[in-house]
Design a protein around this ligand. Structure first.
Ligand code: NDP
Length: 446
């Protein structure tokens, strides 16, 4: 008999969910984690990032407060206070996640585990453990390009621990992390230069909405270098960095953050030893039931490089546990996953962009609302929101909703239900507006 029914490698969002649910069905479960229980999202991703986004927003809120009658005599930001508060909240959450596992009788090994066979793993301490099933949930890590001086650059992992805020920062990349941290550092007072290899930011989002973000970001003072690449980084005696560029002049800066994607954590995991197939990017290849080519080994979350989002990893972990330990087989539905970028202002989307709809459907209709939120008007902040509905021209079904503006991600979650439920524009029109809100624009587009 194997030591455990299930051995999970990696205690992030997907691994923790699978372990806890499998255990609740009566399975004997163990989990190994070499860093901290909680994984990327809780320890060095979504959660601390969102707290920084909240912190950053005060910069504008305090400016805007004057028009609402508040006298804020002096605005001063102390990075160390926010950083330490965020890290202590992360510590609290790590404790809560650990407690959830122990309350569900999951055995935790706080060390690295590697595969040594189809039903066995070896812990860093040397112990060998056998299991009926093994779940790989090791996540992904920031991709750092190989270039001279890369050791002087940081990834998103280090941003949460910075000793002090840089006066100037270069952010390489044009995706989620680059745009979120561009907003965060800018609000904290750093001069931000975003360097991107093309002129397309946030590929996959509706381009009209992305263009609005670029427009607002430029007006705020964020600098963009498109069609530009970092060639080398040289550290000067005063600690500053000289960055050799192609596509634009060299740049002198204090910090460089690379946000050019994330790569699956499969290096040294023992996939060879266990005979598990790995793809070109190092991702674990799985079928719709999260099963690898080895029948006893499964994988969920970022390590599979399908959709790198926490709620998706959680659903995959849940589906795996329900299917193989709860006798409730089901597969994750990847259609209409809402997503958001917590930039300043944030943007969000669900379903097809206008471009995707034009490629996939015969005829397409769009409705947009381009407006200045009431709060911005009184504050004298010249920042406009943009909401967009994409319709199948044949059926008038709303196949996509895209928006940029305050609280867009909060609004999008509800709008995503309508898109997922395949509602039509007439259903939106039939819904009475909730006044005065920004989201009422969704039912007022004519
Ligand atoms: P993204 O995939 O979002 O963006 C990567 C960016 O880097 C793109 O602009 C890409 O350009 C560019 N790029 C890729 N390779 C290179 C290279 N070799 N040299 C220069 N530029 C390059 O990655 P992130 O690192 O921002 O985030 C990783 C993932 O984490 C996201 O895909 C997302 O799934 C998740 N995430 C989600 C968040 C959220 O839900 N709010 C927040 C943060 C992360 P191009 O478009 O041309 O390929």
């Amino acid at each position: 008999m194997a030591d455990f029914d299930l051995f999970v490698i990696g205690a992030g969002s997907g691994g923790v969910r699978a372990a806890r649910v499998a255990s609740s069905y009566g399975a004997r479960v163990a989990i190994a984690e070499e860093h901290k229980v909680g994984g990327t999202c809780v320890i060095r991703g979504c959660v601390p990032k969102k707290l920084l986004v909240y912190g950053a927003h005060f910069a504008e809120d305090l400016d805007d407060a004057a028009m609402f009658g508040w006298d804020v005599p002096e605005k001063r930001f102390d990075w160390a206070v926010l950083r330490d508060n965020v890290l202590s909240e992360v510590g609290r959450l790590e404790g809560a996640y650990t407690e959830t596992l122990t309350n569900h009788d999951v055995t935790i090994f706080k060390e690295r585990a590697t595969l040594i066979g189809s039903n066995s793993v070896r812990l860093a301490s040397g112990k060998t453990i056998t299991a009926e099933k093994i779940l790989i949930a090791t996540g992904a890590r920031p991709l750092m390009p190989e270039l001279p001086g890369i050791e002087h650059a940081i990834s998103s992992n280090e941003t949460f621990h910075l000793e002090k805020l840089p006066k100037r920062i270069i952010i390489a990349g044009g995706g989620y992390i680059a745009n979120e941290f561009a907003g965060i550092f800018h609000q904290f007072g750093s001069h931000v230069t975003l360097v991107n290899r093309t002129d397309v930011l946030l590929r996959g989002y509706d381009q009209q909405v992305v263009d609005r973000l670029i427009q607002i970001s430029i007006r705020k003072g964020i600098e963009f270098k498109f069609h530009a690449t970092i060639e080398a980084i040289e550290k000067r005696n005063d600690g500053s960095l000289h960055v050799r560029m192609t596509g634009c002049d060299d740049i002198h800066t204090d910090q460089i953050l690379f946000a050019v994607g994330r790569q699956p954590n499969t290096e040294g995991l023992g996939c060879d030893a266990a005979g598990v197939d790995v793809g070109e990017k190092g991702e674990i290849k799985v079928d719709a039931d999260n099963r690898t080519n080895v029948p006893s080994i499964f994988a969920v979350g970022d390590v599979t490089n399908r959709v790198q989002l926490t709620p998706v990893a959680i659903r995959e972990g849940q589906a795996f546990a329900d299917t193989f330990f709860g006798k409730k087989p089901h597969q994750v539905d990847y259609d209409c996953i809402p997503s958001a970028v917590f930039s300043h202002p944030p943007l969000a989307g669900v379903g097809m962009t206008e471009g995707q709809a034009r490629n996939r459907l015969g005829t397409v209709k769009t409705f947009t609302s381009d407006f200045r939120p009431m709060k911005n008007v009184l504050a004298g902040r010249n920042e406009r929101s943009l909401y967009k509905l994409v319709l199948d021209g044949e059926t008038d079904r709303v196949v996509g909703v895209h928006m940029i503006g305050p609280d867009a991600p909060e609004i999008m979650q509800a709008a995503a239900i309508a898109v997922k439920a395949r509602l039509k524009k007439s259903d939106f029109d039939a819904t009475v507006a909730l006044h005065p809100t920004m989201s009422e624009e969704l039912v007022l587009m004519r």
